[in-house]
Design a protein around this ligand. Structure first.
Ligand code: NAD
Ligand code: UGA
Length: 441
C-alpha cells in the first residue's frame, strides 16, 4: 500500500519505518528541513533502539523516503497519517494548530480518495475538525473528492517504540467510513495475523481511549508516589508493597514504580489536556487533577531529601547527577524530572556535575550554559569531589555500579536513589548512606 506519514517525529518516523518494514511504500514528510536532511543522510534525529536499522533497511529497499515536498507527499499516499505534535496550549488544552494545518495541506492538494488517519493524540471531536478543515479546502478549490477520516491513536513507549509498534497490544481504529475501515484492516493485517488485535469503534471513543490509557497509567504512578511518601513516615518499604499488591492479577505489576515523578512528552500534557477538556464540559476530574499535582510535587522529592540532609542553603555543595532523560533508552528531555532537579539545586547555590549515557547533547541544548552546571563525559567523572550522588534516570549502566568507586570518589558516601535501583540493606552493608523513595524500613 502507499502510505504517507505527515510529521516525522517519534510517532511519524516509527510508524513510517515499521509500515515500510511490512512491505508498504512510505513517504515521511516534515516541515523541519533539518530532520529530513539528517534522515536523507542515513541517520536518525532521535535515539530509539532498533529504529536506525529499520530505517536504513527500508530506505535501501526503496520503500521509505523522506521529504519536505508537500505536493509529492500528499499525492503519494492512499493512507495519510497525521503524526504531528499536539503540545499544551496556555490553558492546558491540546493545541491543534499543527493537526489542522496538516489537514488543510491535504485538502489543498488531494485529487483522489484518501484515508486521513489521526495518529497524534487529539481531544474528542478532533476528527470532525479535521474533516471540516479538509472539506473547507476542497470547497475553496471547487472540487469534490471523497475521503475518510479515521482515529488511530498510538500507544508506543519511547525507548521501546519499534517493538511496541511491531507487537501492539491493541490497534484502536475509530471510523464511521466503511471503505476506510477496510483499508485500515488491510494495512494492519500483518500485525494482527496471529491474534486479531484490532478494535474498531466510533471516532469519539477511539480518541477518548488514548487519553484514558495515559491518564490511567499516570494515575497508577502518582498513586504509588503518594503511598511512597507515607511509607517513609510509617516505616514501610514501597518496593515490598508494590510486589505485594502487583501479584493480585486485578492490579498487576506494571507502572507501579515509585520514583522521581513521571515526565515525557505525553503523560504531563495528556493529563492536563483531559482535565481541561472535562472542565469545559462542566465535569471536574478530581482524581486526575490530584494526579497532576502529586506529580509536580514528586519531581521535587529528591531535592527535598537533599535539603533535609544538607540544609536549604547548598552553597559550596556539589552533587553528581546520573541520568537526565525522562526515562532510559531515549534522549528525550521533554518534561524530564531532571530539569526541575537541576533548576532547584542550582537556585539553592549548589554546583552540579551531570552525566547521561545518550541525552547529553539534548540536555545541553535545553539547559544551555548555566553557572554551576557542568557535564561529565563519564559516570565516574561526574562523582569526583561531590557531596552526594543523585540517581535520576535508571539507565542499565547505573544498575550495578562500582560501589567502592562511588565511595572513594564522593566526599561522603551519600546516594539519593530517585528510581529505587539499590537495595537499602546492601547499601547499609557497604557503608553507603542511601535515600530511596518510600523505603521507610
Ligand atoms: P514530535 O515533536 O517528535 O514530532 C512531530 C513532528 O511533526 C515534528 O518533526 C514537526 O516538525 C512535524 N510537523 C509539525 N507540523 C507539520 C506539518 N504541517 N507537516 C509536516 N510535519 C509537521 O512529536 P511526537 O512525539 O512524535 O508526537 C506526535 C503526536 O503523537 C503527539 O500528539 C503525541 O502526543 C503523540 N504520541 C507520542 C508518543 C511518543 O512516544 N512520543 C507516543 C504516542 C503518541
Ligand atoms: C507513555 C505510555 O506508556 C505510552 O503507552 C504512550 O503511547 C506514550 O506515553 C505517549 O502517549 O506518548 P512514554 O512517555 O514514552 O510512554 O514512557 P513511559 O514508559 O510510559 O514512562 C513515562 C514516565 O513515567 C517516565 O518518566 C517514567 O520514568 C515514569 N514511570 C513509568 C514511573 O515513574 N513509574 C512507572 O512505574 C512507570
Amino acid at each position: 500500500m502507499k502510505v504517507t506519514a505527515i510529521g516525522t517525529g517519534y510517532v511519524g518516523l516509527v510508524t513510517g519505518a515499521c509500515l515500510a518494514e511490512m512491505g508498504n511504500h512510505v513517504v515521511c514528510l516534515d516541515v523541519n528541513p533539518e530532520k529530513i536532511r539528517i534522515l536523507n543522510e542515513g541517520e536518525i534525529p532521535i535515539h530509539e533502539p532498533g529504529l536506525l536499522e529499520v530505517v536504513r533497511r527500508n530506505v535501501e529497499a526503496g520503500r521509505l523516503q523522506f521529504t519536505t515536498n508537500v505536493d509529492m507527499a500528499v499525492q503519494h499516499g492512499t493512507i495519510l497519517f497525521i503524526g504531528v505534535g499536539t503540545p499544551p496550549d496556555e490553558d492546558g488544552s491540546a493545541d491543534l494548530q499543527y493537526v489542522i494545518a496538516a489537514a488543510r495541506s491535504i485538502g489543498q492538494r488531494m485529487t483522489d480518495y484518501k484515508v486521513i488517519v489521526d495518529k497524534s493524540t487529539v481531544p474528542v471531536g478532533t476528527a470532525d475538525k479535521v474533516k471540516a478543515a479538509i472539506d473547507e479546502e476542497l470547497a475553496k478549490r471547487g472540487v469534490e473528492v471523497q475521503f475518510g477520516v479515521v482515529s488511530n491513536p498510538e500507544f508506543l513507549k519511547e525507548g521501546a517504540a519499534v517493538e511496541d509498534f511491531m507487537k501492539p497490544d491493541r490497534i484502536i481504529v475509530g471510523s464511521d467510513d466503511e471503505q476506510a475501515t477496510l483499508l485500515m484492516r488491510a494495512l494492519y493485517s500483518p500485525f494482527t495475523r496471529n491474534h486479531d488485535r484490532m478494535q474498531v469503534m466510533d471516532l469519539r471513543s477511539a480518541e477518548f481511549t488514548k487519553y484514558a490509557a495515559n491518564a490511567m497509567l499516570a494515575t497508577r504512578i502518582s498513586f504509588m508516589n503518594e503511598l511512597a511518601l507515607l511509607a517513609e513516615k510509617v516505616g514501610a518499604d514501597i518496593e515490598l508493597v508494590r510486589r505485594g499488591i502487583g501479584s493480585d492479577p486485578r492490579i498487576g505489576y506494571s507502572f507501579l514504580y515509585a520514583g522521581a515523578g513521571y515526565g515525557g512528552s505525553c503523560f504531563p500534557k495528556d493529563v492536563k489536556a483531559l482535565v481541561r477538556a472535562a472542565q469545559d464540559e462542566g465535569i471536574p476530574l478530581r482524581v486526575l487533577t490530584a494526579v497532576e499535582e502529586a506529580n509536580e510535587r514528586q519531581k521535587r522529592v529528591l531535592v527535598d531529601k537533599v535539603v533535609t540532609r544538607f540544609g536549604a542553603d547548598l552553597t559550596g555543595r556539589r552533587f553528581a547527577l546520573w541520568g537526565l532523560a525522562f526515562k532510559p533508552n531515549t534522549d528525550d528531555m521533554r518534561e524530564a524530572p531532571a530539569l526541575v532537579i537541576v533548576e532547584e539545586l542550582l537556585s539553592r547555590g549548589a554546583t552540579l556535575s551531570a552525566y547521561d549515557p545518550v541525552a547529553m547533547t539534548e540536555a545541553k541544548r535545553i539547559l544551555g550554559e548555566r553557572p554551576g552546571l557542568s557535564f561529565a563525559d563519564k559516570a565516574d567523572a561526574a562523582l569526583e569531589g561531590a557531596d552526594a550522588l543523585l540517581l535520576v534516570t535508571e539507565w542499565k549502566e547505573f544498575k550495578s555500579p562500582d560501589f567502592d568507586g562511588i565511595k572513594a570518589a564522593l566526599k561522603q558516601p551519600v546516594v539519593f536513589d530517585g528510581r529505587n535501583q539499590y537495595e537499602p540493606s546492601l547499601m547499609k552493608a557497604l557503608g553507603i548512606e542511601h535515600h530511596g523513595i518510600g523505603r521507610g524500613t
